[in-house]
Every structure is written in structure tokens, then in C-alpha cells.
Write a protein that binds this ligand. Sequence first.
Ligand code: ADP
Ligand code: MG
Length: 508
Amino acid sequence: MQARMQNLESGDSPDGVSPALLGGSLSSEEGERAWIQAVAFTRDRSPASFDQWFSGVQFDGFTDGVLSLRARDEFVRQWIEDYYLPTLCEWLRGHTGLSIQARWSIDGALDHPVADRPSYPPVRPRTISVRPFPVDEPSGVRDVGAAGGSDPPPPPAPRIHAVPAPMEALNPKSTFGNFVVGPSNQLAHAASMAAAGGGGRRHNPLFICGGTGLGKTHLVHAIAHSVREDRPDARILYISAERFVNEFVQALQDQKMNDFRARYREKCDVLLVDDIHSLAGKTQTQEEFFHAFNALHQGGKQIVVTSDKYPQQLDKMEERLVSRFQWGLVADIQAPELETRVAIIRKKAQLEHIELEPDVCLQIAQSVRSNVRELEGTLIRLAAKASLLGKPIDIAFARTEIAASGTSRPNEASVEDIQRMVCHHFKLRSVDLVSKDRHKSIAFARHVAMYLCKQRLKCSFPELGRAFGNRDHTTVISAVRKVESLRSNDPEVRAHLEALERKLGSLD
Ligand code: ADP
Ligand code: MG
């Protein structure tokens, strides 16, 4: 029997789901209960092929964030890991506040495969209260109020919309109204508003890119809510790229490609595809998406795509798709500045009915710097713990808890973060740094970005060359040297570098 661990900490959490009990450990009963609900949630999202795959998987326990699973063979393990595990783990993480690791073993003889166990023994709930995640109904879209909580809002009146197929759940809280706008995200926000209002060719497609947890999915949901509100008859299709792959594979398997194509090419007015980078290397699906894209674009239908990278940086993506992603507007989101982080915490506290003193707000904003999801997680964790212990969330409590949870982390910037920041600073288009353009101002910004990456990150010169539009490592070496020398001799360059380093410092 082989075993391997996979850390899924970096995955997105289910948006807007407040973790119920955070920072603690679960009993095995609670762990199993959480697992059952995570399975139910995942099965709801992909009912068609769920049983087929989960008949080859067994649950062996969930304790201290470690999810022990057994797979019949390596193929099943890989498939589950690629297509189902992210959803399962996101759900578990969002509802328990634990960082989740999957521990796999391979075993040809499973005693209790997941798919063969439709009903699990009821488990008495204790401290953990796992809440159902809102899932839209297949035949239309239903607004679902905030999940759980002591004071759930009244359910909104159901509204039937002409949505052609099951679409992924929209978080009712991810609206434009709940999105805090700051310098780091204002372009993406403005572009999303424009796209929601039928922005025209300039915003079609809209390509929103940025690191994880910075608000891409929130904006896409906000677009969907806004279109629904303004044009109730518009057929909106919101789907993760990962699910697009699943549906495509399923349609092929069931010989239902005509339905699949009609859905994405004809019966859709607004197509919102989240996390397009997960199409990497999936050439057949890319081909299918390419045709859907063309059909919709030619028909003047709005397309919005999100990604964790700029189009040119997308790995294993067909060139013709990459070029189409740049036909409209590429809008990036960067890590929020301190003021924006404070405003986000205030907004979240208000939405969650958490009373927070300004100094506590600032303390949280200073400890979590590069990811809004973590920022929110820290707030919720503090609130949950304070209420559990019957303590107020004062500054001393916040400091102790933040220190204990090890939330503030050292340097989390990536090459992409630095590139985004430099583009933003020099007011360049996001594509410029990785392009072949040798215009003086672009080349200078590119050199500065290479220099900062070399200073801050443990990347080799060849790695940096690849990250900057596949350049040779000697180009990077000479860029870094040039900037070093300018730094000593040119006050203007020094000022730019210092400003950028200050911004980068806010990521540390
Ligand atoms: P991404 O899709 O980029 O990984 P999400 O859109 O899932 O990130 O955002 C993570 C969490 O942070 C969500 O709960 C979202 O509502 C919240 N969030 C991100 N940016 C903002 C913002 N500017 N204002 C309010 N909430 C935000
Ligand atoms: Mg997302």
C-alpha cells in the first residue's frame, strides 16, 4: 500500500461560506460528519459521473485536517485528485477552518467505497456545525440567502431565469455592493461593471487575472448578479473551467456533444468562466472552448474569463486562445494596500455582524497582507474563537490569536505579483512585461521587474527568463546588473525602486 500527502491549502475556499468552528480539531465523528456533507455538496455539483468515480474510493477518516482516502488504483486517485478533491477540500476548509491535507493510499480491495454508502450513520453534532452550501437548482437559478448563522436573512422570492443548464452556485454575498474598491482592483472592478452593463467590444472578452484570493470569483459572481438584476431574461452561464472540462468529458462519453455545443454556443448570452488556467494541457477541451468562444463573440455575447496568470503566461494553452483572450480588456488585480485591507475587514465584519474596534481591524490588516480570503478567514476565526470563549475581540486577544495561528507569514510575493506591481507602478498594460516590445520605457520596467524578482525571490536566472516571455537567462543577468548600477547612479531610478520596494514590503 503506498501513501502520499497532498497539501491543498492553496486552493480557493467556497466563497462566502463562513467557517463554523475554526482553529480547533475535530473528533472522528465530527470529521466523518463534515466529510459526509462535503461529499453531498460535491455530488450535487457533479452528479453525472460522481458514483462512477467514487465507487473506487474509500474514506478512512478526517482528523486534524488530514483527510485519509483510499483509492482502488492510481488512475482513480489521479482523477479524483484532479476533478473532485479541490471541491471537497474547499468545502472542508471553508466549514472547519482547518488547512486540509489529503493522504492517499492505494488498495485494490476496498471494503466500503464511498459511492456504495448512500446513507451514513447519523452523527451527533457537537461543537462543529457544518452548514450546507447554497447550490442553484438545475432548472433555473435561485437566490439563496447567507448560509447558516444565528440570524439568517429571510429567503428571497424565487425567480426563474432562462438559464439553460445547471450552473455553478453563485454566492449571494458576492455583489458589486460588497466589493471594496481600491487602487489594487479598481480597473478590474470598473471593467466588470462595464461588462455587466453590456460593455461592448472593448470589454469583450474581459480577462480578469490575479493571484489567489484577490477577488476574481467575487467579481464574476457580481457580474452575474448584476446582469440578472438588469436583464432577467439574459441567459447567464457561470462555470469553472474545471467543470467545463468535466462536462465536456461527460458529453463525449454520453454522446451528447450536440447538447453540449448548443448550450455553450447558442443558448447563452453571458458566459463567465472562472479559473481558465485549469484548461492547461487539455487540448481537446481547449479546442471546444475555442469554438464556443468564437460563436459567442461573433454573436456579440459577453464573455468574462478569470485566471491566475496573464494570458501570455498561461502554460500549455493554445496560442489562438491566448490571443483571443487579449482581444478585449485584460484587467489585473493586485494584493490590496493597507487601507483597502482595512476597508475589506470592516465590510466583512459588517456583513457577518461582528463588532470590531478600529485597532483590531488594523491589527488584522497588518498581519495578513497578500490574500483577501486569508484576511477574511482570520477575522472569522477570531470572531468564532472569541464567541466560543466568551471573550471580547480586543487588541490583546487579536494579537495573541494571530500570533498563535501563525497567520502573518513572511514573503509571499511571486513573480506574477511583482510583475503586476511593476506594471501598475509604471502604468503599463499587463502584457507589456512579457511581450517582445523593446520600447525604452517598457524595457526599463521589465528590467526593474527582473531586478526585483531576483532580489526578492529564490528564482534562478533561467527561471526568470522563462517568466518574462521566454527570454534568455543572459538577458536577465544583464538587466539585473544594469538596474543595480542605475540604482547607485540615478536618483530617479532609486526613487522608483524604493517606491516599489515599499509596496512589496506591504506583501511581507
Ligand atoms: P479569487 O477568485 O481571486 O481566488 P475570491 O473572489 O474567491 O478570490 O475572493 C476571496 C474572498 O475574498 C471572497 O470571500 C471575496 O468575497 C473576498 N474579497 C476579495 N476581494 C474583495 C474585495 N475587494 N472586497 C470585498 N471582498 C473581497
Ligand atoms: Mg476564484
